[in-house]
Design a protein around this ligand. Structure first.
Ligand SMILES: Nc1ncnc2c1ncn2[C@@H]1O[C@H](COP(=O)(O)OP(=O)(O)OP(=O)(O)O)[C@@H](O)[C@H]1O
Length: 232
């Protein structure tokens, strides 16, 4: 692990199921990711991309090898340690998982509720400012059903970034979007992440957005097949 790495993965394996149903889905993954890097993971369906993303994000527990994230070893971590690790992450998933009964502003504010020291007024002000940054300053009090797919995804980005996480994990963030909205969403993620020195690990099948990556990592059959660096 270099002084710059935020994520250091060594000899990571992962299995699902037990006894005769046990299936290996990740084999000997080795990857170092540095502060502020944008890494895109590509590869065929079932190659293990989402599994790797959820392990790095502390959403499931890593079984064997080493997975160091922000100085914590997540391999063999307890449920409580995973909860702690998740506090430093922002998550943007395909289905954006907004709460239908909450407005855009309330959805974003929820991400700050772990940070109680901020106080309600401050939380609302920061959430509104974040929504302005993603171009939704005029939609603070809209419910998700009144927003387009691209707008909902921008609320999800605001929610992921409002607490200034050190790592953003994104799974197919443009899948439900038309080409222009998809481009807008990733440009916005890139801009905000660079401003906040945040590291992004993103899974996508969308070839139109590969250019925002610093490095593209291609997976096949649970293994890292190749790496391509786009910028130095
Ligand atoms: N909870 C689970 N229980 C058992 N097997 C699982 C589970 N989640 C994923 N798998 C299996 O692990 C393998 C890798 O799945 P994963 O979702 O990581 O692939 P992926 O590359 O992200 O695919 P896609 O591009 O289709 O999302 C697949 O064979 C899948 O069926």
């Amino acid at each position: 692990m270099t002084s710059q790495s935020v994520i250091s993965i060594k000899n990571l394996d992962h299995h699902f199921g037990h006894s005769s149903l046990r299936k290996q889905v990740l084999s000997n993954i080795n990857l170092e990711i540095n502060v502020g890097e944008i890494i895109i993971m590509t590869g065929p369906s079932g190659s293990g991309k989402t599994t790797l993303l959820t392990l790095v994000g502390g959403l499931r527990s890593a079984q064997s090898g080493s997975l160091h994230v922000l100085g914590r070893e997540l391999c063999g971590a307890s449920a409580e340690q995973l909860v702690q690790a998740r506090r430093h992450n922002g998550y943007i998933f395909q289905a954006h998982n907004l709460h239908g009964s909450l407005t855009a502003l309330q959805n974003v504010k929820m991400a700050l509720e772990l940070h109680k020291y901020l106080g309600l007024k401050n939380m609302l002000a920061r959430s509104a400012q974040m929504l302005e940054q993603v171009g939704l300053g005029n939609h603070l009090h809209y419910y998700p059903e009144k927003l387009s797919g691209g707008q909902k995804q921008r609320v999800a980005i605001a929610r992921a970034l409002v607490s200034h996480p050190q790592i953003i994990l994104a799974d197919e963030p443009t899948a439900a979007l038309d080409s222009q909205s998809g481009r807008d969403v990733v440009n916005l993620m890139q801009k905000l992440a660079k401003e906040q020195s945040c590291t992004i690990l993103m899974v996508t099948h969308d070839n139109r957005i590969l250019d925002i990556a610093d490095r593209i990592v291609d997976m096949e059959d649970g293994k890292l097949k190749s790496e391509l660096t786009l910028s130095t």
